[in-house]
Design a binder for this molecule. Structure first.
Ligand code: BGC
Length: 758
């Protein structure tokens, strides 16, 4: 139903959205209409309220939600759909021969690993075009929660352990998507860092960590991209549901950061509809029985002021007015999927991180016969599971990618793996009647250690061995420690393949097709190269082959630390480790369970590299790390503080033999004042353009004095201490190439003292 259709059937006399002022439209609404408008229309298959006028749930089948239409006032329903790696709608429709597949782009973590905000913006543009052309209005993405712990099941959707990388990446993504005239929803605001008991977990955290680590990315995204909407998270923060927290939804978001859009809940999030309305959580999705009555009754009893409800109603209307559906955009249902496949293929190579390379990569031109090991090579993972999944038409496996690139794949090995994977997958995934089963990731076939006989044949028949290790995860479940470490079979396979191929003077390359951090320290020196391919979207196999062949030079850098041991992370002392899936918190009288009912963020601001640096801990790969096929030299580093801002410059020259891009990371160490300071913190970064051998680029990075501030809890203020600051230019957090000193003027900025600050 287009807005035009809605308008034409409107009875005479009622004010009309878009023609009359919002004041008039709101004034003409009944209390019941207002209550309906701030609640979604229910979710197909859920226990939500009955669908409303025109079956709006089916405007775009498979979309996550719709808003409530009020035809008499010219208010159409608009459509909200997931999610970060591309649009998630149903690919098939009953009685319709057309298909509605969407492009599965690389996962969030890979996009962030490009350290290239221009590229992220371009990917966002392509994603947003599918949002527009499939008739949806708001994309429920990007997701930018901090990687507090490597085992969070949804880290693949998120960007980094660092707030600057998270915020800059999210802002670029939002700008790209919204350039199509459709909306985004930055999520999950805030502190949703574990999946275990995600709807009821209480995050207990100090204000400094809230402001500096967990909200900083959201603040950057709001200020630099003005997303149309924000999605509040499920969890509590210091005893208050985020969706019921006025501090979060109004004081910080709107008063302090200047957010102008609308806030919606995560699906079925929070408990008290009237409190959510009061807090400034404008819309409740997807709509639940009881919420309507709560709001109407709340206003009638005076528990909720009608002025607060009207404010939220206006924000919903402001969103609707901006939407393509309201404007009557005639979507084609035919986005250019071919062009977008090229976008995902090319963007993925820039976020792949070359972890090890003793010269085997790019593969020499005489290499043509490849022995492909590891079940994942044959069943590549495009992205994670749950709402972050995309209904794509295909996934290019590593095998197909290599074949497309002209390599000859060992047929005997292929046959062995194909048979094994089929049998194991059937055995591990018996048919189930459990309704939760559809949300759970499919159990993937484990590995086997190839026999000496098979290996002997493979070594003789092939020029090189490629092994893929795979990991998948998603909503509802955190990963287990056993998912972080390698299985005996995986280690056995790497050892056996490396021993056999090396004995014959042949090389081994390991590809990591993973969505979250795994253990690498114990085995990384066995193969000749390790390429962290992440989950690279539907063209994954082609993108990896482009890197292996040298068609593309990888330029990704880690946006998180790869620790030696899982326990090395400070947060590992307060994380739900190895919990079984369950609906928690049913027994009201039971003692609250640590890391389930509540999680103490004891480590404060010491998340990721801030912790490893403070402790001087050895890591397997540091934050910011990644190799290239070429070499870069940095020279002429300089620093220039001026009023309120410091500019740092460096010249980057490609001194190697092939074209490539480099990343310059700027870390800052503040003088030790009254507040405890991290050893260093990333404050800015930039990626060069593709530099030809011998070519240089001058990179300038700017940092405002206010961005050097720490949050002083006792004063409720951001404080920049005056004094000597070290500006460190790094190729990783542990590879600082130049340190420049500058004298910075101090300053401070008061914030509101928040009620959930303990
Ligand atoms: C997820 C959100 C998602 C929503 C709608 C929830 O389960 O947490 O990220 O946008 O569902 O599908």
């Amino acid at each position: 139903m287009s807005a035009a259709a809605v308008l034409s059937c409107a009875p005479k006399g009622d004010p009309q959205l878009g023609k009359d002022s919002l004041d008039k439209v709101v004034a003409a609404m009944t209390l019941e209409e207002k209550a309906h408008l701030v609640i979604g229309t229910g979710m197909a298959g859920s226990s939500g309220e009955a669908p409303v006028v025109g079956e709006t749930r089916n405007l775009v089948p498979g979309a996550a939600g719709t808003t409530y239409p009020i035809p008499r006032l010219g208010i159409p329903a608009i459509v909200l759909a997931d999610g970060p790696a591309g649009l998630r709608i149903n690919p098939l429709r009953e009685g319709d021969a057309n298909t509605y597949y969407c492009t599965h782009f690389p996962i969030g973590t890979l996009l962030a690993s490009t350290w290239n905000t221009e590229l992220v913006e371009q990917v966002g543009q392509a994603i947003g075009n599918e949002v527009l052309e499939y008739g949806t209005d708001v994309l429920l993405a990007p997701a930018l929660n901090i990687h507090r712990n490597p085992l969070c099941g949804r880290n693949f959707e998120y960007y980094s352990e660092d707030p600057v990388v998270s915020g800059k990446t999210a802002a670029a993504y939002v700008r790209g998507v919204q350039s199509n005239g459709v909306g985004t929803s930055i999520k999950h605001y805030a502190l949703n860092n574990q999946e275990t008991n995600r709807m009821k977990n209480d995050v207990r955290v100090r204000p400094r960590a809230v402001r500096e680590i967990y909200l900083k990315g959201f603040e950057i995204a709001v200020k630099e991209s003005q997303p149309w909407t924000v999605m509040s998270s499920y969890n509590f923060v210091n005893g208050v549901y985020t969706s019921e927290s006025k501090d979060l939804q109004t004081t910080m978001l709107r008063d302090e950061w200047g957010f102008k859009g609308m806030v919606m809940t995560d699906w079925f999030g929070g408990a008290d509809a009237a409190a959510q309305m009061w807090a400034g959580n404008d819309m409740l999705q997807p709509g639940r029985p009881g919420q309507f009555e709560d709001i109407v009754e709340g206003v009638r009893s005076g528990r909720l002021s009608e002025a607060d409800l009207d404010r939220n109603v206006r924000r919903v209307l402001e969103l609707i007015v901006k939407s393509p559906r309201f404007k009557g955009y005639e979507f084609s249902n035919k986005p250019d999927l071919k062009a977008h496949a090229a976008v995902t293929r090319q963007s993925a190579v820039e976020g792949m991180v070359l972890l090890e390379n003793n010269g085997v990569l790019p593969l020499a031109s005489e290499i043509s016969r490849v022995a492909v090991f590891g079940t994942t090579s044959y069943d590549f993972i495009a992205g994670g599971t749950g709402s972050g999944n995309v209904n794509r038409a295909y996934t290019v496996s590593l095998l197909e990618g290599l074949r497309n690139a002209g390599y000859a794949i060992d047929a005997e090995l292929e046959k062995t793996y194909t048979k094994y994977i089929k049998e194991e997958t059937e055995r591990l995934n018996p048919k189930s009647d459990d309704p939760m089963a559809m949300f759970m990731p499919k159990i993937r076939a484990g590995e086997f250690v190839p026999s000496a006989g098979l290996l002997d044949k493979m070594v003789r028949a092939n020029d090189v061995a490629i092994i893929t290790l795979g990991r998948n995860s998603g909503e509802f479940l955190d990963r287990k420690v056993a998912d972080f470490t390698l299985t005996e079979q995986e280690s056995g396979m790497i050892e056996a393949v490396c021993a056999a191929f090396h004995e014959a003077g042949k090389k081994v390359v390991v590809i990591l097709n993973i969505g979250g951090v795994i253990e690498t320290a114990s085995w990384k020196n066995l193969p000749d190269a390790v390429l962290l391919a992440w989950q690279a979207g539907q063209e994954g196999g082609n993108s990896v082959a482009d890197v292996l062949k040298g068609v593309a030079n990888p330029s990704g850098k880690l946006t998180m630390t790869f620790p030696v041991r899982y326990e090395d992370h400070a947060s590992s002392r307060n994380f739900p480790i190895d919990m079984a899936f369950g609906m928690f918190g049913k027994d009201k009288d039971a003692e609250p369970q640590r890391n389930v009912d509540y999680t103490e963020y004891e480590e404060g601001i010491y998340v990721g590299y801030r912790w490893f640096d403070k402790q001087g801990l050895e890591v397997s790969y540091p934050f910011g790390y990644g190799l290239s096929y070429t070499r870069f030299e940095w020279s002429e580093a300089s620093v220039k503080p001026s009023r309120g801002e410091t500019a740092v410059r460096v010249k980057v020259t490609n001194t190697g033999k092939i074209p490539g891009k480099d990343v310059v990371e700027l870390y800052v160490a503040a003088p030790q004042g009254e507040l405890d300071k991290p050893v260093k913190e990333l404050k800015a970064y930039a990626k060069t353009r593709e530099l030809q051998p011998g070519e240089s680029q001058l990179v300038t990075l700017k940092v405002k004095n206010s961005e050097l501030a720490s949050y002083d809890e006792s004063a409720s203020a951001w404080v920049t201490d005056a004094g000597h600051y070290d500006f460190m230019l790094g190729s990783s957090s542990r590879d600082i190439r130049a340190t420049l000193c500058a004298e910075i003027r101090g300053g401070s900025e008061k914030t509101n003292a928040l009620s959930f600050d303990k």
